[in-house]
Structures are given as structure tokens and as C-alpha cells.
Write a protein that binds this ligand. Sequence first.
Ligand code: KG4
Ligand code: ZN
Length: 362
Amino acid sequence: MGEMPILGIESSCDECAAAVVVDGRRILSNVVATQIPFHAAWNGVVPEIASRKHTEWIYGVVQEALNKAGLGAGDVQGVAATSRPGLLGSLLVGLSFAKAFTWARNLPFIAVDHMLAHLYAPRLSAGEPPPYPFLGLLVSGGHSIICRVDDFDDITVLGTTIDDAVGEAFDKVSKYYGFGYPGGAAIDKLARDGNPLAFRFPMPSLHKGGEQGSKHRYDLSYSGLKTAVINQLEMFRVKNAGGNGGSMENQGPVPAGTRPEDIAASFQKTAVEILLRSLFRAAGDTGLSVIVAGGGVAANSYLRARLAERRDLRCIFPPPELCGDNGAMIAGIGYQYLARGDRSPLNVTASARVKGFKRGYP
Ligand code: KG4
Ligand code: ZN
């Protein structure tokens, strides 16, 4: 078989993305149009705006991906698109576009899972890909998953969040304190000049979840931490505003007496501590020493520094442009399915969530 350029389309959240990847490894183009400026005023992704922007942009983004790859539509040999999980209205745009493209050109089509695609990202480089099995750490605005990865399409979820995703906690804390949007990068930056020990925030106990053999042993929880950090703001407000706390939605300036850098650093330290506690348990129990990280939170500099301290573990972070949502990871994993003959029917649907993903995923 000759070279096989695959077009990958990603539209699960607020990035409108398309890429061309050859043979599941070599990236010819990787175009990501971010909608961040359109959601910033709301401090979060607004689903309807996201769907509309994807509808406006998808054609141009695909066209640009083809142009940058130096290919015409007729040179593509297959198309992959994210069908789950994500915002339904957003998913449907990329999925339907990909279906129409393949129908018009009589090409093979494959619908792929966004989380599996994140785990595929480190295989898109010239270096030796991480050998299976390894541990996966998927941390984003919508997901916090620790899993065992046996193949590109075979993972077992060991632990996940019982409430909020880790990126969501970064975003919410940032929103209440007015640190900026998206919250993760803003907090990461602020925290560099902060004292991580200035505030002591609680670690979740998850009942008896830490016990050997407990089904919650690797699970995570972020709502307690989020509330504790937000309550800190409320407390300062009460102190500084003479007892009138006001609404927590109020995004006034950070109150006097609170160093934003210290709040950011203390929150970030605890958020990462929660992740690492479960991840290190999983590494110890499974004996797996290679970790592949993915999702927006994998860009966090404190998380990276803490993982680098563990000389007994090898943690692989995809380059920044492949850490967040992108079309290259979709084209890459799509190639693997297509190359072994898998095809999705053109009536395949999108799913916001993945049923039963708690244990055997997908
Ligand atoms: O994977 P992603 O781009 O989109 C999905 O949610 O699928 O991840 C976005 C999330 C947001 O919650 C954002 O605040 C967080 O990743 N994030 C970070 C950092 N950069 C982005 N969180 C912590 N530290 C960062 N440097
Ligand atoms: Zn993602």
C-alpha cells in the first residue's frame, strides 16, 4: 500500500480543527481555529455559539488543511471525524461534514472517539512511539480519566472524576476570581509567582476510596476543592466589604488582602496533588511505568514539573499543538481503523457522553 493521506476533522468542543496525516504518523497540516474569543465573555463555552461557529468555519478550515498539505480534495484517501464525546451540536457539524465529503467522493469514512484520539497524539511524531501497554492520563475541561491503554482502540478506565473535571475546576476558580479565560492557562501563569503553601485546601477523601481493592481507589473529585477555593474569596469579600458578601457570580476585582498569585498557586498545587495521588497509585498497582498525558490540562507546567521529579516513571507529553484538541490526532487514529478495513456507516450518530465508560471504555 502506498502513502495514505487521511483527513481528520475535530469539532467536539470549541476548536474547529482539520488536519491531513499520512500513514497515521506524518502530519502534513494541522489547522486549529479556536473559538475562545467568542466564549470569553461568558467565561465558558456556550454550546449554541460553538455549533454556529463550527458551521461557519468548517469548510474554510478543511480547505486550509488541504491547501497547507499541498493536496486537493481528490488526493484524500479517507476521512475521520470525532463522533463522541463532546457537545452534541458541535459534534454534529464535523461529523456531518465528514460524511458528506466521503459520500460525494466515494471515500471510506470512520467515526472516532475523542478520548482515544488524545491517547494517540504522541504517536504523531518522528520519535519511537510509546510501547503498549501504558497508563493514560486524560485531563481536560470535560474529562479526568486515568486508564490502562493496551492498544489504540483498547483502554480500561481505572479511575475518573466523581463530580467535576479537573480543567473545569481551573475554569470555575478563574471565573470567580476574575483571573481570565480559559482558566487553566491563566492560573498556571499566575501561580508561577505565588506561594503554593499560602492556603491549605482539602484533598477529597472519597470515603474509603484509598483502600487497596476499593473501586474508587483511582477516582478523583474536584467539587470540594473548587468550593473551598471559591469560599475563600467569599470570606475575603465578607471581611473587606463589611459583611456584605455579595454574589459569588460577581466578578469584581480581587479583594485586598488576597494575593491572587498565592490563591492560584495553592489551588493548582492541590488540584495536581489530587491527580497525582490516583495516578501514582495506579502506576504502583499495575507496575506500568510509562504514562501518556493528553488534554488541555496536560499543558500545566506544575503538573509537568511534578511528574518530571519521578525518575522511575516516564511521562510522555505530546507537543503543545497536539495536547489540546486538534484534527491530527483524529486523522492519525482514523488511519489505524481504516488501514485494517474498519468503516463507519453513513448513518452513524454522535453521542455527547459515552455510555458505560466508567470501566470498559469504549
Ligand atoms: O483538551 P481541551 O483543549 O478541551 C477539552 O476540554 O476537551 O482542554 C481545555 C481545558 C480547559 O479547562 C483549560 O482551562 C485547561 O484545559 N487548560 C489548562 C492549561 N491550559 C489549558 N489547565 C491547567 N493548566 C494549563 N496550563
Ligand atoms: Zn479534548
